[in-house]
Design a protein around this ligand. Sequence first.
Ligand SMILES: Nc1ncnc2c1ncn2[C@@H]1O[C@H](COP(=O)(O)OP(=O)(O)O)[C@@H](O)[C@H]1O
Ligand SMILES: Cc1cn([C@H]2C[C@H](O)[C@@H](COP(=O)(O)OP(=O)(O)O)O2)c(=O)[nH]c1=O
Length: 197
Amino acid sequence: MLVTLEGLDGSGKTTVWEALQDVYSDAVFTREPTSDSWYGEAVNRAIGDDDADPLATLFLFTADHADHLSRVVRPALAEGNLVISDRYSDSRFAYQAASLRDSDLARPMEYIMGIHAAFSRPPDKTIYLDVDPETAAARSGATNKFEQAAYLADVRANYERLIDSEPERFVRIDATQPPEDVLGAVETALAEILDAN
Ligand SMILES: Nc1ncnc2c1ncn2[C@@H]1O[C@H](COP(=O)(O)OP(=O)(O)O)[C@@H](O)[C@H]1O
Ligand SMILES: Cc1cn([C@H]2C[C@H](O)[C@@H](COP(=O)(O)OP(=O)(O)O)O2)c(=O)[nH]c1=O
């Protein structure tokens, strides 16, 4: 089973993902962008480059996803593991659709979803850590172009579109709560997901 954690920068995904490793010690914990491949390194260069072309950046993130799928996610699922990924395809649908909002693409989110549909493996469930853009930008330190409140407001609206279109896949958690309460809510949600599976 593939469970993903999604949310704005600073929503607390990584904090939760690290804490879950103590609870679900048999699960495979992974993340996007990947942190152990040259594709991930290329993505990180694009994140740090204020002049990076948004369409080229989409394809770098998507290349990293293709490598992540073939090297980590599909083999782990084939062995029957629970896979928990800190960010996954919804990050592209939300972030790159916002970056490409004023591009020549008529419907950026649909375009990005179409690219993924041809080869990707959708998550079974997605835990969405919901936080307002101002809190997200403040917590993340607004150190890169993706961490600005105005941009994150667009990203958040895109996440809402995704949740509206597939409400059964998403579990929304209020991520403005203290960290221990967020973790407790995620653990409860995950236990219910695994029970129902
Ligand atoms: N629920 C929370 N309340 C307040 N601060 C938090 C909470 N969760 C995480 N933080 C802090 O916010 C910052 C970003 O958290 P992080 O887990 O890295 O978020 P993300 O991976 O979603 O960007 C860190 O300094 C972390 O300690
Ligand atoms: C996976 C992914 C991340 N991103 C962005 C979100 C973050 O600003 C940045 C790095 O992701 P990440 O390292 O997960 O940052 P954080 O822990 O702060 O949430 O890349 C995209 O724009 N598209 C994607 O497909």
